[in-house]
Design a protein around this ligand. Structure first.
Ligand SMILES: Nc1nc2c(c(=O)[nH]1)N[C@H]1C(S)=C(S)[C@@H](COP(=O)(O)O)O[C@H]1N2
Ligand SMILES: [Mo]
Length: 319
């Protein structure tokens, strides 16, 4: 059983700020659910890194940018129906194998066309900017979607720290490479490590979230612990998980999905109901937990924030 603190603020009707206190969380976990916790879970809770985190009071306030009026996808679904090819190509297995992946300690290196290349450890990443909770729609190109309360801060705040130089035009993300802990990486299903990229203006867009948690808790391993990006107007695969490196460059970076099948996965991958993927229509989607399909929205419903970045582009060609 998963230890949880009752967080009524996750209900859509109370958009007021909520506070996540690691110390309270750990106390509750140790007190209430200890008997039901797996050995792995207890070890995780008592690891030195977790003790260090417990002394840091994590606070997040609900961002006004949040999507409202839509039912949140239950925590169980968000954390047990995953695409994380480093662990497995099916969606149920990542949660089962997640404990074998050690997402602490962690370092993210930022290099390339920046004035101040830097390495950030996990604790310093958490201090880059105040944490916000953002409820976003999350749509996979396969045709399913969820609504998830993420915790993080704008990626821009992190990039500002390293001061991108004037030549920088793109941002490349590299995910973890650790085949000893990640069974999927022992097979050639993708060009490892997982690589993704954004244009610099997309990376700096206020919607682009450097993400450290969901439902007020640190990211579960299967959701891309300990740090990932969330780019809500693009198909899910653009939101790279378990990031170890961010590189600023003047060339459009290679991405794993584009390398795997350039015909099916373009660089932009904006959610677009008018441009179908060769194997899956993008006109409709099934919200996890619902029976009937709903219409997919242009830019996943975030056009007011992002459409301006694509003025004059042919989104059929630049799909
Ligand atoms: N490193 C890495 N990042 C990844 C993936 C992956 O396999 N490896 N899958 C992508 C895909 S296809 C989707 S739909 C989302 C899924 O995120 P979730 O499991 O948190 O819902 O993560 C994306 N980021
Ligand atoms: Mo996806």
């Amino acid at each position: 059983m998963k230890p949880r603190i009752d967080q009524p603020s996750h209900s859509e009707v109370t958009p007021k700020p909520f506070y996540m206190d690691r110390r309270r969380f750990l106390a509750a976990a140790a007190g209430l659910g200890a008997a039901a916790l797996s050995v792995e879970r207890i070890a995780e809770l008592l690891s030195p890194q977790t003790r260090a985190q417990a002394s840091t009071k994590l606070q997040a306030s609900r961002s006004p940018i949040s999507t409202t009026g839509e039912k949140l996808t239950p925590y169980q679904d968000v954390t047990h129906y995953n695409n994380f090819y480093e662990l497995s190509t099916d969606k149920e297995t990542p949660a089962k194998l997640a404990d074998g992946f050690h997402s602490q300690p962690w370092t993210v290196e930022i290099d390339g066309m920046v004035k101040k290349p830097q390495k950030f450890d996990y604790d310093s990443l958490l201090k880059v900017a105040p944490l916000e909770e953002r409820v976003y729609r999350h749509r996979c190109v396969e045709g399913w979607s969820m609504v998830i309360p993420w915790t993080g801060f704008p990626l821009k705040a992190l990039l500002d720290r390293v001061e991108p130089s004037n030549q920088a035009r793109f941002v490349a993300f590299t995910s973890v490479s650790r085949p000893s802990e990640l069974a999927g990486q022992r097979r050639d299903v993708l060009n490892w490590p997982y690589k993704e990229g954004l244009r610099l203006d997309e990376a700096l867009n206020p919607l682009t979230l450097f993400t450290v948690g969901l439902y007020g808790e640190v990211l579960p391993n299967q959701n891309g612990a300990p740090v990932r990006v969330i780019v809500p107007w693009k198909y899910g695969f653009k939101s790279a998980k378990s990031i170890v490196k961010i590189t600023l460059t003047d060339k459009m970076p290679a991405t794993s999905w584009n390398e795997a099948n350039a015909h099916e996965y373009g660089f932009y991958s904006n959610v677009n109901p008018q441009v179908d993927h060769p194997r899956w229509s993008q006109a409709k989607e099934r919200r996890i937990g619902e029976l009937f399909k709903r219409d997919t929205l242009m830019f996943n419903g975030y056009g007011d924030f992002v459409a301006g970045m694509y003025k004059g582009m042919d989104l059929r060609k630049d799909f």
